[in-house]
Ligand binder design. Structure first.
Ligand SMILES: NC(=O)c1ccc[n+]([C@@H]2O[C@H](COP(=O)([O-])OP(=O)(O)OC[C@H]3O[C@@H](n4cnc5c(N)ncnc54)[C@H](OP(=O)(O)O)[C@@H]3O)[C@@H](O)[C@H]2O)c1
Length: 297
């Protein structure tokens, strides 16, 4: 089978398509025939060496949608089941950007019934991250949240999930994205690059602005970042933390249900054949992509 990997760190051109033996699922695992696999910023980070693994073959891809084509019978998954899954971890020999991929059965959830698998592939990594970040912020209905990077994948899901919980959401994004982020459920908007004139109960910093945003949080509020190891120190009683996605198929199933109910909406900017993975990386590196780039084997 074909797989997108990196054997020497670099720019988009470092992504290679290699032929490898189709892997077999072990205990507690399923094999997915990949229908679609989203490309995320973390894949660019792995490609350029941000997560280590020098000298190894590093498989790319965390987000997958497809059909179970082999499974440990004890998992309860059956051949032909349509699933989405998180392929967790930055340093691994093979990832989801491949013809077939192996995941822990507990990382998978039934695919949405109302979406095609290309859109479904954009759910796992970023919807789970947004949900887990909001859990950590522990806001109650009626409290206020500022989401930076609000037009991105994490930011967009965070707006929708927070609004669904009755949280008052302000989006911090480019002026050209105002209509988009309001359509996702933000009731207030702050243009990117400006200094807000109010304070919020919490900030979810999906744009990785960092310590500067602590001034935008009320005393005793909360800050949640998205880059492990880059959490700003607490000040004025503002609790600071960083979400680090946890593999959770049950939670993923809840999020899939929310997409089927229309609470969460998926966004695909463009699809690329798997063989054009390097071109997709080059497009992501240009910036300004709205919606996910999705690789289709
Ligand atoms: N910790 C975890 O477990 C975890 C999991 C998933 C993702 N992440 C991280 O979360 C971050 C967001 O991921 P994503 O997939 O949502 O990325 P994305 O889709 O590229 O979204 C990022 C958004 O932020 C915007 N942006 C950049 N600088 C900004 C600023 N100063 N103010 C407002 N908006 C700004 C970008 O606009 P432009 O495109 O115009 O630059 C883009 O719309 C990434 O760093 C990713 O690696 C962490």
């Amino acid at each position: 089978m074909r797989a997108a990997v990196v054997t020497a760190f670099g720019g988009p051109e470092a992504v290679e398509i290699v032929d490898v033996e189709r892997p077999e699922p072990g205990a507690g695992q399923i094999r997915i025939k990949v229908a679609a696999a989203a490309l995320n910023p973390v894949d660019a980070g792995v490609r350029s060496g941000g997560f280590g693994g020098a000298g190894e073959q590093l498989g790319l891809g965390w987000d997958v949608a497809g059909t179970v084509d082999a499974a440990d019978p004890a998992t309860g998954w059956h051949i032909g089941d349509r699933v989405v899954a998180l392929h967790h971890g930055p340093v691994k020999p093979l990832g989801a950007h491949a013809d077939y991929t192996i995941v822990a059965a507990a990382s998978a959830a039934p695919a949405p019934t109302t979406l095609d698998l290309t859109h479904a592939a954009t759910i796992p990594l970023n919807a789970l991250t947004a949900a887990q970040a909001l859990d950590r912020l522990a806001l109650e209905s009626g409290q206020s949240l500022l989401v930076t990077g609000a037009a991105g994948a994490v930011g967009g899901y965070a707006i929708q999930l927070a609004a669904h919980r009755g949280i008052e959401v302000t989006a911090y994004a480019a002026e050209t994205d105002e209509a988009l982020v309001r359509s996702l459920g933000a009731t207030h908007f702050v243009p990117r690059g400006t200094t807000p004139e109010r304070r919020w109960d919490a900030v979810l910093d999906a744009a990785v602005i960092g310590a500067e945003t602590l001034a935008w949080i009320r005393d005793g509020g909360a800050y949640e970042g998205v880059i492990p190891g880059a959490t700003p120190p607490s000040e004025r009683g503002v609790r600071t933390g960083t979400v680090e996605i946890a593999d959770d198929g049950k939670r993923l199933a809840d999020l899939v249900r929310l997409t089927d109910e229309g609470v969460l909406t998926t966004r695909v900017a463009r699809t690329y054949p798997l063989t054009d993975a390097a071109k997709a990386h080059a497009r992501l590196a240009e910036g300004g992509v709205r919606g996910r780039l999705v690789l289709v084997p």
